[in-house]
Design a protein around this ligand. Structure first.
Ligand SMILES: CC(=O)SCCNC(=O)CCNC(=O)[C@H](O)C(C)(C)COP(=O)(O)OP(=O)(O)OC[C@H]1O[C@@H](n2cnc3c(N)ncnc32)[C@H](O)[C@@H]1OP(=O)(O)O
Ligand SMILES: O=C([O-])CC(=O)C(=O)O
Length: 454
């Protein structure tokens, strides 16, 4: 584009965006006046009921009569407490990702035989079409791996003869294929970016049938394919903790909305990826480490409570970091006192920080975990409490695992594809209504004016 055209367009958009803002602004009081729930939630966090699910349950409140009392967070996958599930496979020193994937898809814990068969099916499903890596993933690489994955998912659709078949068997086949190929789509997209944009050497390792999902990610990611058991086990737990979170989270709801319109699996999953990347959702896992670095760069002593508190206040006042006024990794739409996933994660993080000599960073994370809710509480209207969420520690963990930051949110997607799949199947099996909420219109009606008379 010529510089003059660029300047002309910039001048136009600067001027006309002001018009969009002025004409598009809606008085916030009208939401109360018309009983419209901002973000489809009450101010105390209770969501508007939009569906029924058996995939998982999330609790941030106890109901006592008509009262809703904030409580420690609880999360159940298919009725099983997430703490019990994680304890189950970690105390037995086995990988959990495949087992919990089976649970979320089929509503039952697998026997050893069922699990072995499921792992074979997953390995049989991870082949990509001929030359897909060369012709799709390596073309037009981007530092935004979530966009690259979306491109890959949509392109995979064109290789599927039964793209529009909404039968459960076909949709399950498509979902298993995506669940199984996501690690490759993510890691290879990173390799393409690392080579073509960052000028580093290119290598492509194939997944190994004898390895778990977490091991395969590290195996494909690293030049020498090596990793320690602790690293693989922590990544495995991270994947399990990110797999599912009810029907209402932004990306799963997106899956359900698109599914309800009768669209194909690739379209629903592509849209879910694009929802997840938002910094208020899964994109927070990237924002948190950036924010931490920014804090370290701007405070002289990261152990000085008062100095850190002051800087957090500046972030909230939009005077520091990305100037959006958010402390990333804090707060949750449903949880009040705690996010159970963050508590489980914190135990692993501490162990890993000690193993990697990152205790000082861990201390800063712990300090901000304590200070941020107070600082947010002082600056915003808090109705239900603010606690750290799963994304607070995930970037730190991935960094300690040597996973590049471009892959933090893609790791989340690689896990959450399981939840999206379970919800897509549930929506298809049960709902026969297109999801279509109402919007209260406050537009003033106008008489049409001929162009000669405007
Ligand atoms: C896997 C996940 O998706 S977990 C969430 C990951 N996202 C983040 O970590 C981003 C930071 N956090 C946030 O933006 C929010 O806490 C959300 C989007 C997660 C939840 O938002 P809400 O449901 O609006 O939270 P809640 O009702 O408790 O918020 C009350 C007020 O505190 C503000 N608030 C909540 N969390 C934060 C935060 N971390 N930083 C600054 N302000 C916050 C809200 O904006 C709201 O103010 P408003 O009424 O002026 O809009
Ligand atoms: O439930 C939510 O709104 C966000 C969340 O924690 C998730 O999707 O894991």
């Amino acid at each position: 584009m010529q510089d003059t055209d660029k300047e002309m367009i910039e001048n136009y958009t600067e001027k006309y965006s002001k018009l969009c803002e002025a004409n598009g602004l809606i008085d916030k009081n009208l939401f109360d006046l018309y009983g419209v729930k901002r973000g489809l939630r009450d101010i105390n966090g209770k969501g508007v009921l939009a569906g029924i699910t058996k995939v998982s349950q999330i609790k941030g409140f106890e109901e006592q009569g008509d009262q809703r009392i904030p409580c420690e967070g609880k999360l159940y996958y298919r009725g099983y407490d997430i703490n019990d599930l994680v304890n189950g496979f970690t105390s037995n020193n086995r990988f959990g990702c495949e087992e919990i994937t089976y649970l979320l898809l089929f509503s039952a814990l697998p026997t050893k035989e069922q699990l072995a068969e499921f792992k074979e099916i997953l390995a049989a499903s991870w082949d990509l079409p001929k030359n897909f890596v060369r012709d799709v993933i390596m073309k037009a690489p981007s530092k935004d791996i979530m966009n690259s994955m979306t491109k890959s998912v949509l392109t995979l659709a064109s290789y599927d003869d039964k793209i529009d078949d909404l039968g459960s068997d076909n949709v399950l086949r498509q979902c298993l294929n995506l669940i199984s190929t996501f690690p490759r789509l993510a890691v290879y997209a990173y390799h393409a970016h690392n080579h073509y944009d960052l000028d580093n050497s290119l290598y492509i390792h194939r997944p190994n049938k004898n390895l778990s999902v977490a091991e395969n990610i590290l195996h494909m990611l690293r030049p020498d394919t090596e990793y320690t058991e602790l690293e693989a086990k922590i990544l495995d737990a991270a994947l399990v903790l990110h797999m599912e979170h009810g029907g209402g989270n932004n990306s799963t709801f997106t899956t359900r909305v698109i599914t309800s319109a009768g669209s194909d699996t690739y379209s629903a999953i592509a849209a879910a990826i694009l929802s997840l990347k938002g910094p208020k959702h899964g994109g927070a896992s990237n924002k948190v480490p950036d924010m931490m670095q920014n804090i370290k760069d701007n405070v002289t002593d990261p152990t000085d409570e008062e100095e850190v508190r002051h800087y957090l206040t500046k972030i909230l006042d939009k005077q520091a970091f990305d100037r959006r006024g958010l402390i990333y990794g804090m707060g949750h739409a449903v949880y009040t006192l705690s996010d159970p996933r963050a508590l489980i994660f914190k135990g692993f993080v501490k162990k890993l920080a000690e193993a990697k000599g990152r205790q000082a960073d861990f201390a800063l994370y712990s300090l901000i975990e304590r200070l941020a809710p107070e600082v947010i509480g002082a600056k915003r209207r808090i109705y239900k409490g603010v606690c750290v969420n799963i994304d607070y520690y995930s970037g730190f963990v991935y960094n300690m695992l040597g996973i590049p930051m471009q892959l933090y949110t893609p790791m989340f997607a690689t896990a959450r594809i399981v939840g999206w799949s379970a919800h897509r199947l549930e929506e298809l099996i049960n709902a026969d209504k297109i999801i279509r909420p109402a919007y209260k219109s406050i537009v003033t009606l106008n008489e049409y004016v001929d162009i000669e008379e405007r």
